[in-house]
Ligand binder design. Structure first.
Ligand SMILES: Cc1ncc(COP(=O)(O)O)c(C=O)c1O
Length: 298
């Protein structure tokens, strides 16, 4: 979530886009984008779309070579908003090296309100060394009889998030977090099996999520939607627009020889099969209080 700090601190952000079928950082492209003005390469452990982990170890290795070749000192920030509270606890992921064991990793953030199991309002950033958190960025004021250090735009704020997180640490401990997160993986596996059995979906990303958080990302199968792949994965629709394609549009999208569609209980049927986009599905789930995001896939 770089846009805010980049705007406030006047930093140019260079985005390395994902490509269809590859939902983690393209390390070659990231390293190629580094130059003498690069502050850091940010990578994600548990990305927002598929929950997959970027290969931080390979990035560390490739960036070390680039630094040595050019006499640079470009470090890595790991955005572990989701994975920070998953990877350390899951037995199957304990050998994934993505943290301060890698010399170039200088800072890591994690959200307390995701797998940290707290209410929103608490998040963490940890630095490999105090020198990576320059004093000039913070403020130290003498206030109410003591020295107060802070590093934010506002000053007074609630400590309830910290207390809540501390409670969860004490209440669950390492073993408790492991049980909760491993339970999430079992639920994920169950959902994967059940949803794939419907024949409507295909899974994007790693089926076992061995390097990812316990979430799943699906796209509609082309033959179910009765539309070209682009339309089936949402390209033909966007949020805020009419969700169900009109039968005529569905027929046009399906190509020559397609029979006309009919509308049956608000779902467009095409050749006897329901024809809809992922946005229709999101809308229907939202009506039942399930907030499942639909995204346009590259
Ligand atoms: C990869 C990633 N980074 C950062 C954030 C933002 O974290 P927070 O909500 O704790 O500010 C999110 C989602 O909220 C995220 O998915």
């Amino acid at each position: 979530m770089l846009p805010a700090p980049c705007r406030y601190l006047d930093i140019e952000e260079v985005i390395i886009p994902h490509t269809r079928g590859c939902y983690t950082l393209n390390v070659d492209a990231a390293v190629a984008a580094v130059d003498e003005n690069t502050i850091a390469v940010a990578c994600i452990v548990g990305n927002t779309y598929t929950g997959s982990y970027d290969d931080v170890a390979t990035l560390n290795q490739r960036l070390t070579e680039v630094n040595e070749r050019n006499g640079w000192d470009v470090g890595i920030h790991v955005d572990a908003a989701s994975g920070g509270f998953v990877a350390p606890f899951v037995t199957a992921q304990k050998d994934i090296v993505w943290d301060f064991r890698l010399p170039l990793v200088r800072s890591i953030n994690a959200s307390g309100h995701k797998y940290g199991l707290c209410y929103p309002g608490i998040g963490w950033v940890v630095f490999a060394d105090q020198k990576y958190c320059p004093e000039e960025l913070g403020f130290s004021v003498s206030y109410l009889g003591g020295k107060q250090n802070h590093m934010s735009l506002n000053f007074s704020r609630s400590a309830s998030g910290v207390a809540g997180q501390y409670y969860m640490f004490l209440r669950l401990g390492i073993d408790g977090y492991r049980r909760v997160i491993e339970g999430c993986f079992m639920v994920r596996q169950y959902l994967v099996t059940q949803l794939l059995e419907t024949g409507w979906f295909e899974l994007l990303g790693d089926p076992t999520q061995s390097t990812g958080v316990p979430c799943l990302t699906l796209s509609l199968r082309q033959k179910v939607a009765g539309l070209p792949v682009e339309a089936a994965s949402g390209a033909g629709s966007s949020l805020g627009q009419p969700l169900n394609p009109k039968p005529a549009e569905a027929a046009a999208g399906a190509g020559a020889g397609a029979a006309a569609g009919t509308v049956h209980r608000n779902v467009v049927h095409f050749n006897g099969k329901p024809t809809f986009t992922v946005y229709d599905l999101c809308q229907r789930l939202k009506e039942r209080m399930w907030v499942i995001p639909g995204e346009y896939c590259v």
